[in-house]
Ligand binder design. Structure first.
Ligand SMILES: [Zn+2]
Length: 70
């Protein structure tokens, strides 16, 4: 199971919480579920893992919408 984190069209950093860790009873400390990362401005997708190794997919939203509005 992979999780997805969505970031805005101009975002280069993101924070999220690992849902897999949130559901794991042994890891209820907030600092253990918190994820911080960066995404290059020209990248539409990236990958990261939480401290316990759960795979997380980072996806950029809104770019097509922003382009259509020009
Ligand atoms: Zn996790």
């Amino acid at each position: 199971m992979s999780q997805h984190v969505w970031v805005g069209p101009d975002a280069t950093t993101y924070t999220a919480e690992c849902e897999a860790c949130l559901y794991a009873r042994e890891s209820l400390l907030a600092k253990h579920v918190h994820i911080q990362g960066t995404l290059r401005r020209d990248a539409d997708v990236g990958f990261t893992t939480c401290r316990r190794g759960h795979r997380i997919v980072v996806r950029r939203i809104g770019r097509a919408l922003a382009a259509a509005a020009r």
